[in-house]
Design a protein around this ligand. Structure first.
Ligand code: ZN
Length: 138
């Protein structure tokens, strides 16, 4: 039994641009509750809460060199990552390092929504990029 608790926070979907990418979610009747640019990741994000603490996050690259732009070039639009909400992120990262899980960044960086985030390499997870996110101050 893990001492950590994981909750699905959001599913990240790469789109060529946020407006067009959001049309389907608006057709569902969902409201876009925030847009945010994460300059360190060269990405703009748009959040659509599903009403159960899970969100759809659309991602648009702001620069051809951004990881999202590169992803789109290679694979086209689609699921880019899933994000698990956690507490005690530093402890969790230490545990993962101890177990030699391949991380993309070992030092948490600033993500959208005042969170600190760490990405786990898809090679370690069965082919899915996983983001671990902790609200700052939690
Ligand atoms: Zn995300």
């Amino acid at each position: 039994m893990s001492k950590f608790k994981f909750e699905l926070d959001h599913i990240g979907i790469a789109v060529s641009e946020l407006d067009g990418g959001g049309e389907f979610y608006k057709a569902l009747g969902l409201n876009e509750n925030s847009r945010e640019e994460v300059t360190s990741e060269k990405v703009k994000t748009s959040f659509f809460p599903l009403g159960n603490r899970v969100n759809i996050e659309l991602l648009e690259g702001t620069n051809p060199e951004s990881p999202i732009a590169k992803y789109l070039d290679k694979r086209g639009p689609g699921i880019h990552h899933i994000c698990l909400r956690v507490q005690h992120l530093d402890e969790l990262v230490a545990q993962l390092k101890e177990k030699n899980v391949q991380l993309i960044n070992e030092v948490p960086k600033d993500g959208a929504h005042h969170c600190r985030v760490v990405f786990i390499h898809p090679k370690a997870t069965g082919g899915v990029l996983i983001e671990l996110s902790e609200k700052k101050g939690s």
